[in-house]
Design a protein around this ligand. Sequence first.
Ligand code: AQP
Length: 337
Amino acid sequence: MENEVQKKRILSGIQPSGDLTLGSYLGAIKNWAALADEYDCYYMLADMHTITVRQVPAELRRHTLTQVAAYIASGLDPEKNVLFVQSHVPAHAQLGWVLDCYTMFGELSRMTQFKDKSAKNADNINAGLFTYPCLMAADILLYQPDFVPVGEDQKQHVEICRDIATRFNGIYGDTFKLPDPYIPQVGARVMSLTSPEKKMSKSDKDPNGCVYMLEKPEDILRKFKRAITDSDTERCVRFDRENKPGVSNLMSIYSAVTGRSFEAIEAEFDGKGYGAFKPVVGEAVVEMLRPIQEETRRLLSDKAYLESVYRAGAEKASYVAEKTLRKVYKKVGFLAR
Ligand code: AQP
């Protein structure tokens, strides 16, 4: 028990904004599964964030439930990790509003994701798209975590969260713990198979660029076989992000899946060219995903179990979140009910 209390805490999440991708798995979920013994882990399904972009309601529900199953099937044991749905814990929206009032317009304007998503959704540049970093700061700060595991692309969110927390602590005294980003060494950034300068994203309009965790093996293989490789004359498997982004992305994926170093991969494919390399990477991904796909399907046929997992998760998460929220309400001067 004493050991439990001393464990450092981790919080992270993924939006159920679509089918989970190989990027979500290698960049996030796979790494989380290894942390449960060492850390006190909270993993959220960030459904409230998804509605900054229009969602089809029934699809959002389906994606959320499938994501609970995929978390578990990927090795996140609900007995050892708190798995919860963001909208089931009202404290996120409540603290989000408070933090809106402690975040500056200029800070929010500089966020890369706001710029990207408003360019992609020019007909729906809503206020939520602009203020989502405040909700994300609330998501994190409610749990007073030590670390927030995120991919390289999400580092800016942890930085703004620290800035908001520092400002609040500066006015009211120590309220929030300042979390650090925790970026995995491997799989930190999985890029699109068709445009390797872009990250692999759930909402990518080009289905060939993205490999989904629950996709059919034959479709995965086909996508890898057709993956863009580079137009350099060398045509050999060598890691060079700048000049050979396509092959380097495939090497990163292969390395994350097999645990092999880039040197070992270069040696394995020495003199063999891209044509031999691509299907081998595809096969490795298919084999890695096979047991996860089977287990996800099995879990999805047991809705009652999945429900019991997210209900228990919401209860445990609320307990911690409400404690922080009470402290914040008191500090800003809200009259206790
Ligand atoms: N391609 C990726 N490579 C490495 N890590 C990735 N992550 C996502 N894509 C990659 C990591 O997964 C976590 C959660 O991401 P998210 O789904 O909440 O948000 P996102 O980064 O906006 O993901 P998408 O797929 O791009 O979603 P949409 O298309 O809806 O915006 C993070 O830790 C992220 O680093």
